[in-house]
Design a protein around this ligand. Structure first.
Ligand SMILES: [Zn+2]
Length: 401
């Protein structure tokens, strides 16, 4: 007999139960309203097991009966939908010039959405952590008033995040080795829900994958268009982080060895020649300033100002080079441009698409569409909440209270 120490241990009953609860929950999320018989037929679980699992999910107030019946031959069935009214998932994005907070319920309904100016680059990681902790306390208080239990919090940061939630390097914020997750958990005095920290592009990709018009697309890339540029990569339906979680840093691939200096200290990085900084004339620091300047750029572009159109065309070409890197390497079905790229998309996309088509070896850019995000500036924060919901969907269910 051949044995191996890597043989899987037999799963214990609790593991199997949690896995099956997650299977049923995901089915209801994807197919509601649906009956217990539908769940049994589609999942292969027997009817008695499904009934027991559904009863458990109803006890946890994750699923509820609607009383609707299917109009078909046979006994009318009680239909099930997601409940989740007693729950909230929180996402926060800390960026160079703003902080966004979002809370959603289990079905993804937006419960609150806040955005405020934040001088991230001017302060320390500790100051940012205190500000975030203050915002989290306010969100939690608000959720408590609505009698909602917080399922978890994910904070998005534009930087390299270690698997333990430490911000290793956030070049645009000037942070290094900041234990944001640990410090935030301490500042919140063990809040009773999991706190996680993730890269902003990863979270925005999760938001698109769960909530956006391209939700469910198996191969999707989200490109942040903030002061920095990063990619969140979903392949075969899963977020890909790489060995230590540092993948997707397309913003620091050199496009031009003689190009503008990047905030990382190198020359001609994609974010230096195709980021928002390459569009704006002044180094704006607050989102209000950036948005004011962008409004002016959009106004000039609409008016057909030749200099503005040439500038946007050039930035679009550089962006297209970055897009081609991804289409050649990953063959995504869609690349979604986020953040400040969104209002500029009508002028960036034509040259970006032309450049990407010319540089991608597969015909028609490998079938990849380049589109502007519709999730707005809160995409990464929304993705923070999506990551919490992902973890519930994969079996980390709230306890019955
Ligand atoms: Zn760089």
């Amino acid at each position: 007999m051949i044995t191996s120490t890597s043989d899987p241990r037999p799963a214990d009953f609790a593991d199997v139960r949690a896995t099956n609860l997650a299977v049923v929950l995901r089915f209801v999320r994807g197919h509601a309203p649906c009956s217990r018989a539908d769940i049994a037929a589609s999942t292969g679980l027997n009817k008695a097991t499904v009934s027991s699992l559904v009863a458990d999910l109803i006890d946890r107030r994750l699923v509820r009966e609607t009383g609707l019946t299917e109009n078909r031959v046979g006994r009318p069935a009680t239909m099930l939908v997601l409940d989740g009214s007693p729950y909230a998932a929180i996402g926060i994005e800390v960026n160079v010039d703003y902080i966004t907070a979002v809370a959603v319920d289990l079905s993804g309904e937006r419960l609150l959405s806040w955005r405020r100016s934040f001088p991230g680059a001017a302060g320390t990681a500790g100051q940012a952590m205190s500000t975030v902790a203050g915002i989290v306390r306010r969100v939690v208080t608000r959720m408590a008033k609505e009698e909602r239990q917080v399922l978890g919090l994910t904070v998005g940061v534009p930087g390299l995040i270690g698997t333990d939630g430490t911000v290793r390097i956030a070049p645009n914020l000037g942070w290094r080795d900041a234990d944001l997750c640990g410090d935030l958990t301490k500042a919140l005095r063990d809040p009773g829900f999991p706190v996680q920290v993730d890269n902003d592009a990863n979270l925005a990709a999760l938001a698109e994958h769960r909530f956006g018009p391209h939700a469910g697309t198996a191969n999707l890339v989200y490109l942040t268009g903030e002061i920095g540029v990063g990619a969140g990569v979903i392949l075969d339906g899963r977020l890909r982080r790489g060995g230590q979680g540092y993948g997707g840093e397309i913003g620091h691939i050199q496009l031009d060895p003689f190009g503008a200096e990047c905030r990382c200290g190198r020359l001609g990085c994609l974010e230096a020649v195709a980021g928002i900084g390459a569009v704006l004339e002044h180094a704006a620091v607050s989102p209000a300033e950036v948005e004011d300047e962008l409004d002016e750029v959009v106004r000039l572009a609409r008016a057909g100002d030749a200099r503005t159109l040439a500038l946007l065309g050039a930035v679009g070409h550089n962006l297209g080079k970055g897009v081609a890197l991804m289409t050649n390497l990953l063959n995504p079905e869609v690349i979604i441009l986020g953040g400040y790229y969104v209002p500029l998309a009508p002028w960036l996309l034509p040259s970006a698409e032309a450049e990407a088509r010319g540089r991608t070896i597969a015909p028609e850019t490998g079938g990849c569409r380049i589109v502007a995000s519709t999730l707005g500036y809160g995409a990464a924060a929304l993705g923070g909440a999506a990551r919490v919901l992902d973890s519930v969907d994969s079996g980390r269910l709230p306890r019955v209270s």
